[in-house]
Every structure is written in structure tokens, then in C-alpha cells.
Write a protein that binds this ligand. Sequence first.
Ligand code: AMX
Length: 435
Amino acid sequence: SHNLKQLLASKIDEHNKKVSTFRKLHGGTVVQNLTVDMIYGGMRSLKALLTETSEIDPEKGIQFRGYAFEECLKLLPKATNGEQPLPEGVFFLLLTGEIPNEAQVEEISREWARRSEVPEHVEKTLKTFPKTLHPMAQMSAAIASLAGDSKFAKAFANKVPKSSYWEYVYEDAMDLLAKLPKIAAMIYRNLYKDGVVHGEIDSSKDWSSNYASFLGNNSPQFIELIRLYNTIYCDHEGGNVIAHTCQLVASSLSNPYLAYSAAMGALAGPLAGGAHAEVLFFLNKLTSEHGYDIDEENLRFLLWEHLISSQVIPGYGHAVLRTTDPRDTAFRSFGLKHLPNNPYMKLCSALYNTVPDILIEQGKVKNPYTNVEAHSGVLLQHFGIQEVDFYPVMIGVARAIGCMSQMIWDRGMGLPIERPKSISTESLMKLVNEK
Ligand code: AMX
């Protein structure tokens, strides 16, 4: 959309001036010491990446451009008759740092509807995949196969100036975001339903409404859940494997489709996108052995039994956050309001009231409260999305909002190719001995 792009141009310009002054003054300032453990420990807590769109505050949770999640829920525009924020709005916020008005959100909805058509070859390719091919492998392949239409790749080949790279990345980002719901729905309908994505895009509707109906459920409640879901999963700062993969690959000036396709490979790993399912497996295990109405005393006993067998309680704890994840609070309120009688929801509430005390008593965890996965799978199941292998695809659709926003900024800021120095254990030992 024309206005958004213009706004961005002035924001990027302004920001680059700020960064340039900052670097002149502080380019040599030491930020943090690097320890041997950080190198062996997956670079945990190493401040080495630049992400402008969002940041996790250990006490308050994710901040989108400085706005806490609760503030976003309140401030971002809603659909007519809707209560949940439209993810188009959070995209605007991540890109510009400003809360959009309704007209600005509407413009993005129209723009994404206009760009939503998925090329026939992608649809055909998806149809040829065997049903045994994991949905994330299908998603990664489908996104990579859009790369032939990359406006950035064409512009680069035509030697446009470096200062305008972001404008073409913006075009690809808008195209990709527009097409993802249909691609996800094609994968879903091929693998689990009749292979037909019903209905054409309705250009008068928002992104999530079209996505919900492509998946096969038009109910207003499910549409609202999809809006909330996409807003919740849109971005989670830059160090997670999804965002980092995307940023790394795009830093070689590979086009946005190939970068996001690679990021889907990262999301496919069980340590990245598997937690929704873990919660459901845990609830299934509890209910299949003990039914749905487990009284509190029995529940405490079962939870201790589970912990003593050195298993974790999925949906609780966090690597960075030290409080209940506000995104889970939003999911939980949605569940309490719209599916109060769902038996899993009732069990989740019993766990919600029981688990933190037990984890505190156990004395190991740094955060005994719910994380974003505690209710997400239960809500999707309620509305008929039963297939847990598909859940990471849904995260992939949502996370493109954040990854694409940051990529536009990466190119706008002219960030270079990533090239950290690697080191062997032998060299590392030598280095340490010389200290
Ligand atoms: N149940 C039982 N034990 C837990 C626990 C939980 N939910 N969360 C943490 N612990 C244990 C850890 O296993 C660790 O034990 P150890 O010292 O014997 O190895 C100890 O408490 C300290 O861990 P921590 O510093 O509090 O957390 P972490 O940074 O090591 O791990 C996380 C974070 C999310 C992996 C962990 O809390 C966990 O395994 N939770 C359950 C699984 C889950 O819900 N995953 C979804 C994560 C949400 C997300 O970010 N997508």
C-alpha cells in the first residue's frame, strides 16, 4: 500500500540518521563479555543480533515496538463486531512503530486480498506430494517455489541502488503474507480433508476471515480465534531459531521467499514448533487414564508422579520470561469466554490453579507460570483443527508478519551479511590458556 510505504521511507531515513550518530559516538563501546559457556551453550543470552520489531521483557513479556501485549490488545483496531485485534494492525505496528487507525488497517486487508492469488504451479506441486510428507516440509517447498516471482531478486539483477533494496523486499513481503493463508489451507485440505480449498478470496474481508474460511470453518468465533492467534504468534524478538534463520539467510541478499522457506525448516524442529502438541499429548494422557474430572487432590498426586519421573509439565515455564505469559492470558480469556464447557478447557483451569504451586514447591524452575502454549492447542482442537502436525504451519503463517517486517528494516538499514567467527575447541582452549 502506497501510504504505508511512504511512511516507512521517512521512518527508515530518520532511523538511519539516529543509528549513524549513535555508532559514531559509541561504535567501540563494549556491550557484554563473551564466555566459553555461551559459545558451548547455543549463544544463550548473548546480545549479538539486531531486531527492531520486538523485544522480550522478562517481567512484562513480549513488547511490540515498545507496546506491551495487553496494550496491543486494547489499542489495535478490531473488526466490526469483533473483539480481537486484526493482525494487519500488528504488522503496521511492527513496521512503523505506530498504532494504526482503522483506515490504515483496512488498507492492508485490501492490499493482501489483492495480492493473494497463489500461482497454479504451486497448487499443482502441493498436490503431487505424498500424504506422508510432513506439512512443514510442504510449506517450506511451497514458499521456495514462489521465489521465481521475487521482485527483489529481479531488482537486484537489474542493479538497483542498495538504498532501494528494502522497497522490493517490501513488495515480496506483502505478496508472501497475502498468499500464506491459502498455501497453509491447501496443505491442510490436501492432507486431512477433501483436497479442495473452498471459496475464493473475499476482498471485502480481513486476512484472518479469508484464512479461516479457506481452512473450512467460517464461524465468527473461529475467525476471532485466528485473528488473536496471528497477533499472538506474529513476532518474538530475533534470537529464536525461526527469526534468526530468516535474518541470516536474507543477509546474503537471498530473496525473501528463500529466506522464509529456510526459516520454516527451523520451525519444523520439535524444539521450535512442537510445544502446542506436547500440551495436548499431556492432557490426552491425563484424561485417557483418569477421565476429565480429576479432583484437585488427585491432580496434585498425578502431577508429582509426573515430575518425579523427571518429565516437564508442558505449557509451564520459560527461558526468558519470569511471569505468566500475557499472550497465554489472552488465549485463556478467549477460552473461558467462548468454550467454558470444553472438558479440556476445564482441565486446563484445574492445572492453572495447581501447577504453579507444585513447581514452586519442587524448587527448580525459574518461572512456574503458563507460557503461550498452555491453551493454544486446546483452542484449535475445539474448532476442529485436530491435526497437531499442522500447528507449526499455523505458527509459520503468523510469524511471517514479524520476520518480514524485520527483513524490510534489515535492508532499509543496509545491514551486512552475517559472518560471525567460529572457533574449534582446540583453538578455544589455546585462547583461554593464553589469557
Ligand atoms: N516442568 C517441570 N520442570 C521444569 C519446567 C516444567 N514446566 N520448566 C522448567 N523445568 C525445570 C527444567 O527442566 C530445569 O531442570 P534441570 O535443572 O533438572 O535441568 C529447571 O526447571 C530450570 O529450568 P528453567 O531455567 O526454569 O527453564 P529453561 O530455560 O531451562 O527451560 C523451558 C525453559 C520452556 C524449555 C522449560 O520451562 C520447559 O521445558 N517447559 C515445559 C515445556 C514447554 O512448555 N515448552 C514450551 C515453551 C514455550 C515457548 O517458549 N514456546
